[in-house]
Design a protein around this ligand. Structure first.
Ligand code: DP6
Length: 331
């Protein structure tokens, strides 16, 4: 049987993905741009071993951080592996063992590194030889943000149809991030459900789609020009626009709390003092601060009283660590 282990890192969007044009194919309503982190890796091993049970009843097995998972997360993994099996022409179930160092469900992109690692390991274990583009398209079907964790680095995820919606690296100036964790617990409403509610009820959603489409173009221009200041300004503005759009949903959804806002204020103060730092936040209260590599320690020090701070550089692409045939049957 085949066994493959892969590692992937989370990414933080500089221009956010919020809303799908097609939920079935996981096509985003707009493009997005991200920076991959070099902290919080997810390491996942997929073994094509028949899973648990027999024949028709066989199921995939999923273990996360040493605990057997038997809820909605298992269903998402099984549905994802069904796509891989379809591509590989296999019906054999698998066992998935994942070690995730991201605080799961806290809005720190655990699904991005999770599905990027799963896509990379599963493709190798089922014997698929996918190009980086096709691997990124596959990861997209697990979780939108995972698309961008395949290339790592600074990446753009294109909106488009199934063939055209993938992520690829783009040139950008040196950048770093400081993750300020305010609350590592699970968020009250997951991003998938919150996206649906935003689309259905927020009067600001159409404006989010038109403005973000323009913002992606502006961000690509700023990255190509190596204009860190412009990248930072766009990053903070786009994050606040996303949160305003989400807050416009009914019933309202508010991810940022008073402590998150305090970090945004502290970052504005850093800027007033001459340090280039820009805040962003995903679907949770935690704030991530974009800064220059030479300023990251000073920024982390300045924010340390507001939450748990972790510094990160620009992270690598998802990759296979090991792939082997194990326990092969002598007959
Ligand atoms: C706020 O990728 O978790 O982090 O595609 O439904 O799995 P699904 O959503 P997910 O949403 C991420 C939203 C975000 C912004 C971003 O990463 O671009």
């Amino acid at each position: 049987m085949l066994n493959a282990t892969a590692v992937a890192h989370p990414n933080i969007a500089l221009v956010k993905y919020w809303g799908k044009a097609d939920a079935q194919l996981a096509l985003p309503a707009t493009g997005s741009v991200s920076m991959g982190l070099d902290v919080f890796p997810t390491t996942t091993t997929v073994t094509v071993d028949g899973g648990s049970g027999d024949g028709q009843e066989a199921r995939d097995r999923f273990t996360l951080n040493g605990h057997v998972v038997d809820d909605g997360a298992l269903v998402r993994v099984q549905q994802f592996l069904d796509l891989v099996r379809e591509l590989a022409g296999s019906s054999e179930r698998a066992s998935v063992v994942s070690e995730n160092t991201v605080p799961t469900g806290a809005g720190l992109a655990s699904s991005a590194s999770g599905f990027a690692a799963l896509a990379t390991a599963a493709a190798a274990a089922y014997g698929l030889d996918l190009s980086p583009r096709d691997l990124s398209r596959l990861a997209r079907r697990g979780s939108g943000s995972a698309t961008r964790s395949i290339p790592g680095g600074v990446a753009v995820w294109h909106a488009g149809d199934d063939q055209g919606s993938f992520a690829e690296p783009i040139p950008a100036p040196p950048m770093a991030m400081v993750v300020v964790t305010i609350d590592a617990g699970p968020k009250p409403i997951g991003s998938r459900e919150a996206m649906r509610r935003t689309i259905a009820t927020s009067p600001f959603y159409p404006a989010w789609v038109t403005s973000t489409t323009e913002t992606v173009g502006d961000m690509l221009t700023a990255c190509a020009a190596g204009d860190f200041t412009r990248i930072g300004e766009i990053t903070e503005s786009n994050a606040l626009r996303m949160h305003a759009t989400i807050e416009g949903a009914f019933p309202p959804i508010r991810y940022l709390n008073a402590r998150s806002v305090a970090v945004f204020d502290a970052v504005a103060e850093l800027r007033a003092g001459g340090t280039e730092a820009y805040a962003t936040a995903d679907a949770g209260p935690n704030v991530v601060v974009l800064t220059k590599p030479e300023d990251r320690s000073a920024v982390a020090g300045a924010l340390a009283s507001l939450g748990d701070v972790i510094e990160s550089g620009t992270g690598p692409a998802a990759r296979v660590l090991r792939s082997e045939e194990i326990g092969s049957n002598p007959d």
